[in-house]
Design a protein around this ligand. Sequence first.
Ligand code: CP3
Length: 359
Amino acid sequence: MSTSTEAFPALTNDLLLRAARQEPVERTPVWMMRQAGRYLPEYRALRADHDFFTVVRTPELAAEVTLQPIERFPLDAAIIFSDILVIPQALGLDVQMVKGKGPHFPDPLSGPEDLERLRTPDVSQELAYVFEALTLTRRRLEGRVPLIGFCGAPWTLMAYMIEGGGSKSFTTSRSWLYRHPEASRRLLQAITDVCVEYLIRQIDAGAQVVQVFDSWAGLLGPATFETFALPYLRQIAEKVERAHPDVPCIVFAKGAPYALPALADTAYDVISLDWTMDPREALRATGGRKALQGNLDPAALYAPPDAIRQEVRRMLQAFGPRGHIGNLGHGMHPDHDPEHARAFIEAVHEESAAMVSQS
Ligand code: CP3
């Protein structure tokens, strides 16, 4: 298998990379979190024959699903089909995807003594299927759009590893931060070490951008975020940047607007906003030092296409044409109409191109 990036064709659409560097663009690039998924009939058809983690672990299937939204829509990026929970699996925990329920850990971490159960994974071996999927997908993209790699943030992964699945308040994992601060730090550092190597190897294998998902950052407060999330997020960006200085890093700390000034002071290039954050306030909070990504409310995609366009116009005006990557404020929902996703993408393209040509 070739992992040399010279083997890949040159990009014909590099809008996302330019926006990430806050360089001028003719129009705003756009992609959607969970753009490959159950709202697409072609995804549901493939999933009817294969369970979730089989798709994730089979490079041929993962590449096919990654490309489904790219074949269907004029998107400006592909994101590799995988899951943030492959890291807990590599650390030795069993994770299942239960239909209608989401992720389930049959045997989550119940106390600090359980850290002994975790292994130090050989990332190149344990997660080789992700690297192969990236290389295969990058080849099949033939330079059409950049390929995004990703991982879960240490706090979000710790929360799942202790809680054993989704939860409303994640009380058990949050209580660890107060009851077992030392063990929490040890766990977070162990996860961080894997995240760093994992992202670096994803880039080696063909990822042209990487995103760190801190989906449960909003469960923390400013003080716990500063102690238990920020230092690890920071380490990831610094170490990935050292290994691959030219590859943009995106951070998505969902529900944590108080974190924006601190995140503006890290090595991340792009900060992704959820829909509760005001773009103009985010621009102020980050002092314009980072590109911003987001942040249409996924619920807006239930509206008719005309209303979607109006919401997109409002979003584009608030961010401005420079240093903005169009996206939703969180992922696509399984009952979204694919044609409404198309309306969103086309509106970002057309409305932003009109704004740029008028300025
Ligand atoms: O964005 C993409 O298109 C790439 C694929 C992707 C998936 N998961 C596929 C997936 C990405 C980037 C993720 C990240 C992920 N996984 C996150 C962070 C982003 C976020 O949503 O906050 C989280 C928290 C997870 C953990 C996870 N995986 C949950 C909570 C669930 C269940 C959610 C649900 O809607 O059922 C998953 C399953 C999952 N991951 C699906 C997909 C397409 C649906 C599973 C299926 O096909 O049955």
